[in-house]
Ligand binder design. Structure first.
Ligand code: SF4
Length: 506
């Protein structure tokens, strides 16, 4: 069942499909996708419909004016191609004619680097979409010819017409974004999700959630409370969202507000996206436990302090141990400790640090469920480590095996993201327009790991540029076409500062 928190206006004659490149449960859990759908669904003149990779309804393609995709994950291009193929629409925009629907997209993947995907879209939205989307819809519904429409759209900040420089859009968070449709089919079943803050002020050197969302912005406290109350009229399940919500200046008051409600007898199932290790308090943990949470996650990124310092994650070991102690003493059953392998400058001694830290945590927290969770470092555009080398797969797998074995010996479970998928994520992240035929080939071959390998072999592609990065910081990179804050010069300064400071430590 779906509960709408707004009044739909499904009456226009401009037919827009809001497509999500994955199954319905993921679409209904995506705040950005749902919010833009709500904008379309309440815009006069627009008839908006949702569509997923598992949708079975037949669409009359001749009646569709445009299709908007939301791309949140690097491999979402597979879902985009699945939907286009299902609708019998050519993948390449150059193969579509003036009668084809306009195909466009937005989302974090494109904000980070739109270049590998630009052969498939007529235009893309770079940065925040909630303010420029209504302007885009106003132009679309005029139903002018394709060239005129694209020329009008090019005037909007954040609209990227392939190969034409543009500037990332960034809004002031005048309105709070929340789940406008609460669905029992969502991956977060029947949950009301509300955004407290956008981005993160910590600027860890690898982090796109921080760097592509600068400046860090927070929602107004009283509006948050009003919106929470509104959401609680529809459901008991609430999730607070943001890359670092604990950085909201009134985070403790928000948690206290929810706690007071629970203490007064209101049932609330509470989830939060992340906890900042250095700001965990007994009250926060108690409120989460009251809201039904049993486990929590902290991100330490590296076990050795100097490596954390290098990536600007200025977290002391004492703070990590203290966060775990507070979590244990205030009712959680366990904690997941998230970290990365393959951070530039990582040595064997840094790998040993995981075992030492694991031992220490285990000794201090008997009976508490400790799990380490690892991904491997993927250098991302618009971060100070965008030029860094991706570590070789074999060497990462060797580290993974060793850590898994040694942590198991002390009774700590460890989980790892797929190093092979992280490898391909690096290629996509730092790729340019030349990746287009490769993406199509991967899709045609089935989209699994062997499809990537086969496509690379068949097309005789060499990805050393994407994998090795470059020490020529000034050299042009594909995503330079987007004007960004922070600027490339600021990233260069930060890269130099990080490496300079690191060399002083050794
Ligand atoms: S604290 Fe977390 S969200 Fe913030 S910059 Fe660091 S890794 Fe990113």
């Amino acid at each position: 069942m779906e509960r709408f928190l707004y009044k739909s206006n499904n009456s226009g004659n401009y037919n827009l499909i809001m497509a999500y490149p994955a199954i319905e449960s993921f679409a209904m859990a995506s705040l950005g996708y749902l919010w833009l759908y709500k904008i379309a669904d309440t815009t006069e003149g627009i008839n908006a419909n949702r569509y997923y990779t598992n949708s079975t309804n037949n669409l009359n393609i001749k009646a569709i004016d445009s299709i908007a995709f939301s791309m949140s994950f690097d491999f979402d291009f597979l879902g985009v191609f699945t939907i286009l193929e299902k609708l019998k629409i050519p993948l390449y925009s150059s193969k579509r004619n003036n009668n084809s629907p306009l195909i466009f997209a937005g989302g974090p993947v494109l904000t980070t680097n739109p270049r590998p995907y630009e052969a498939f879209f007529d235009f893309m939205i770079i940065g925040d979409g909630e303010e420029n989307f209504p302007k885009i819809l106003d132009i679309l519904k005029q139903k002018k010819d394709k060239d005129t429409t694209l020329s009008l759209l090019s005037e909007i900040e954040g609209v990227y017409i392939p190969n034409n420089p543009t500037k990332k859009a960034s809004v002031n968070l005048n309105n709070i974004i929340y789940t406008p449709i609460i669905s029992d089919k969502s991956y977060f079943k029947d949950t009301f999700i509300i955004e407290l803050a956008r981005g993160c002020m910590n600027r860890c050197a690898f982090c796109t959630a921080s760097y592509t969302n600068l400046p860090f912005r927070v929602n107004d406290f009283s509006k948050i409370i009003e919106t929470i109350d509104m959401g609680l009229e529809y459901t008991d399940k609430i999730a607070l969202l943001g890359a670092q919500i604990a950085s909201h200046p009134q985070f403790n008051e928000i948690m206290m507000y929810l706690r007071n409600k629970m203490e007064a007898g209101k049932t609330i199932e509470l989830g939060i996206s992340s906890l900042r290790t250095d700001s965990i308090t007994p009250e926060t943990i108690q409120t989460l436990v009251m809201g039904g949470q049993k486990h929590s996650t902290i991100a330490i990124e590296a076990a050795s302090e100097h490596l954390r310092k290098f990536i600007n994650k200025n977290l002391k070991e004492d703070q990590i141990l203290n966060a775990i102690k507070i979590s244990r003493e205030n009712g959680l059953k366990g904690i997941k400790i998230y970290s990365m392998l393959g951070i530039p400058n990582e040595t064997d001694a840094d790998i040993e640090e995981f075992i030492r830290l694991g031992n220490l945590i285990k000794k201090e927290n008997k009976g508490f469920n400790i799990e380490f969770s690892f991904s491997s470092f993927v250098p991302k555009p618009h971060t100070p480590l965008q030029w860094s080398k991706r570590e070789d797969t074999k060497s990462l797998e060797k580290k993974q095996k060793y850590i898994q074995k040694e942590l198991a010996k002390i009774g700590i479970q460890s989980k790892f993201s797929s190093i092979k998928w992280d490898f391909w994520q690096t290629v996509l992240s730092r790729g340019g327009v030349e990746l287009a035929p490769f993406l199509v080939e991967v899709y045609k071959n089935g989209g699994n790991l062997s499809a990537f390998k086969k496509a690379q072999k068949d097309l005789k592609l060499d990805f050393s540029k994407e994998l090795n990065g470059s020490e020529l910081l000034e050299a042009e990179v594909p995503w330079d076409i987007i004007e960004f804050y922070p600027t490339k010069q600021l990233l260069i300064n930060e890269y130099n500062r990080l490496y300079r400071n690191y060399s002083k430590l050794y």
